[in-house]
Design a binder for this molecule. Structure first.
Ligand SMILES: CC(C)(COP(=O)(O)OP(=O)(O)OC[C@H]1O[C@@H](n2cnc3c(N)ncnc32)[C@H](O)[C@@H]1OP(=O)(O)O)[C@@H](O)C(=O)NCCC(=O)NCCS
Length: 263
């Protein structure tokens, strides 16, 4: 298993995220996204500090910010040579999400012999399979230390077919500081379904399972997820699990290279 996984750029950031762990853990206005630093309250962090961190990482992310004001501000700050991909933000309260997820789990069945499991401490081999499936589906993988829960509590749900091959995975982590605006919220995502298994409800099943199982462990009060505006299967999968798309909040990444960083 590789401790860090992905492109050279992705690996360089993952290493720095590990080194910064103690600082991030103490700071409410940022969050450890494992594969990219998340600014949750950028005004508190300060734009000089944010510029310094961008110079180190070349990819940074602004969580759940108003599109209309944040996008022009970022473009004015970081210039025309960067990319500014953004994700719609979905939020759900615990009651609604759990109810919807239980309905999904009751509705979606898997073929005989397939196995679904949520892992708090996955083995090296399991982490390696997750990373490979993520990369194959265009998702920037979490580094191994993050998936093992060494940075923030993290749960990984996996589905194996009858031959023991991993065909789907999803992840949920408790990355927000108790004094942040997302205190008590779980972040769920990195849902990857092998191409040949799509459209069977597995994305919904994995998403619902990781939410239900993470709630049993962390007792979260709300859930946050993200999907690119052109990713309709992802949006519908998240909505089926009881989260609602925010009318104005988006997560924006600033990417210095022309590399596609993550879906
Ligand atoms: C997104 C992804 C996980 C969905 O997995 P999946 O197993 O194919 O999805 P499901 O079968 O559970 O379907 C989820 C919803 O999307 C809809 N859907 C599925 N494929 C679709 C398509 N090609 N176009 C439009 N809608 C689609 C389904 O009808 C369902 O919605 P509904 O419940 O309202 O009917 C999968 O496409 C994938 O791995 N994509 C690449 C990685 C990615 O983008 N992950 C999400 C990151 S946020």
């Amino acid at each position: 298993m590789a401790e860090y996984y992905g492109t050279d750029l992705q690996i360089a950031i993952q290493k720095r995220m590990r080194e910064r762990h103690v600082w991030i853990e103490r700071t409410p206005d940022i969050a450890n996204g494992g594969r990219v630093l998340n600014f949750v309250e950028p005004e508190k962090t300060g734009w000089d500090r944010i510029r310094e961190l961008f110079a180190e990482d070349h990819v940074i992310s602004f969580t759940a910010q108003p599109l209309a004001t944040t996008m022009p501000h970022l473009k004015a700050t970081f210039g025309d040579n960067c990319q500014y991909p953004y994700w719609n933000v979905f939020i759900g309260n615990v009651q609604r999400v759990i109810e919807a997820c239980n309905a999904v789990i009751a509705d979606v069945s898997t073929p005989m012999g397939w196995q679904l499991q949520s892992l708090e401490t996955p083995t090296d081999d399991q982490i390696s399979e997750v990373q490979k499936l993520n990369l194959a589906t265009g998702i920037a993988p979490y580094p191994a230390f993050y998936t093992r829960g060494e940075a923030v509590p993290c749960l990984t749900t996996c589905l194996w077919n009858e031959l023991g091959i991993m065909v789907a995975t999803a992840s949920a982590n408790f990355r927000y500081h108790t004094n942040s605006r997302f205190s008590g919220h779980i972040f769920e995502g990195s849902v990857s379904v092998a191409e040949e298994c799509r459209g069977m409800g597995l994305g919904k099943l994995l998403n619902a399972s990781v939410l239900i199982d993470s709630h049993k462990l962390y007792n979260w009060v709300g859930a946050v997820a993200q999907a690119r505006p052109d990713n309709e299967p992802s949006r519908r999968m998240i909505e089926a699990c009881g989260l609602e798309m925010s009318p104005d909040l988006v997560t924006i990444s600033v990417v210095a290279s022309d590399e596609e960083f993550t879906r």
